[in-house]
Design a protein around this ligand. Structure first.
Ligand code: GDP
Length: 295
């Protein structure tokens, strides 16, 4: 994960770390390198520029040039600013409804079904919840089957109505069933398309308005880089979602989406997916992610 970026940043800092004294030119050169590394990692141009400008300002404000260990001070500055860029603090789920409702959104193939299972499994094992998975991807028959397979693996029930295409009706019936059977969390998996289209947006928007979820999560493939950020913006404009789930971080060697998404949509990344298995889920911690990026 982030191998290229970590390597590049390490190289940029090498000079600074080695020098007892550094000059304004050293700092400027290093920050230029950092900006280049961020752009190569597919970080949004504006985000990269604002980031390095901010680090530079802080460095000058903190008198880095006359510090005892200027290189280390710069690395810490970049670390803290990276963490800030990714949201600063970790933000959890707010599950207050009885049952609490979580709505998944995102493009086809982004990892919604897999993540629905991972989250259900995590809530069951770590928070002793009793989740119900709901199959609202009614366009691909295989999608219902896939959710059932996932549910079977983690021993979590799946509500579906294979004959119905009325997603609002299915979701409302599932919520009734959850109340009757004592499921305290309802996780609704929805249909995605290959690209953002009006019909999909209308459907998920109507579904959101009908079930009034505690959490609407936007699931996105981190490997799609800046496209991930653009898609996030389109979904957020329509859905005003509560948080982002970045999947396939295990395959993302560039890391651009993780770094830019928060600034562009001003919504927190709440979870990351790091593999195909049900256990491959992590709560997102900006500071830990900054540690990983800086290697
Ligand atoms: P959906 O269409 O949004 O429901 O996407 P799926 O859940 O079906 O996932 C699409 C593909 O991505 C599947 O082959 C998953 O196994 C895979 N996948 C999902 N999440 C991850 C992840 O975090 N890492 C990796 N490597 N693969 C993932």
């Amino acid at each position: 994960m982030f191998e290229n970026l970590s390597e590049r940043l390490e190289r940029s800092f090498k000079i600074l770390k080695g020098e007892g004294k550094i000059t304004e030119i050293n700092v400027a050169e290093t920050l230029k390198d950092v900006r280049r590394a961020l752009l190569d990692a597919d970080v949004n141009y504006k985000v990269a520029k604002t980031f390095t400008d901010k680090v530079k300002q802080k460095a000058l404000g903190m008198n880095v040039l006359t510090a005892v260990k200027p290189g280390q001070m710069m690395v810490k500055l970049v670390h803290d600013e990276l963490a800030e860029l990714m949201g600063g603090e970790s933000v959890g789920l707010k599950l207050e409804g009885r049952p609490a409702i979580i709505l998944m959104s995102g493009l086809q193939g982004s990892g919604k079904t897999t993540f629905s299972g991972k989250l259900a499994n995590m809530l069951k094992k770590k928070q002793h919840k009793n989740p119900l998975l709901v199959a609202c991807d009614v366009y691909r028959p295989a999608a219902i089957e896939q959710l059932k397979v996932v549910g079977g693996q983690i021993e979590i029930p799946v509500y579906s109505e294979p004959e119905s295409k009325n997603v609002i009706g299915i979701a409302q019936n599932a919520i009734k069933e959850a109340k009757a059977k004592g499921n305290d969390v309802v996780i609704i998996d929805t249909a995605g398309r290959l690209a953002v289209d009006e019909e999909m947006m209308n459907e998920i928007e109507a579904l959101k308005n009908a079930v009034n979820p505690d959490e609407t999560l936007f699931v996105v493939d981190s490997m799609t880089g800046q496209d991930a950020v653009n898609t996030a913006k389109e979904f957020n404009d329509r859905l005003d979602f509560d948080g982002v789930v970045l999947t396939k971080l295990d395959g993302d060697t560039r890391g651009g989406a993780a770094i830019s998404i928060r600034t562009v949509v001003t919504k927190p990344i709440k979870f990351v997916g790091t593999g195909e298995k049900m256990e491959a889920i992590d709560v997102f911690h900006p500071s830990r992610m900054a540690d990983r990026i800086l290697g």
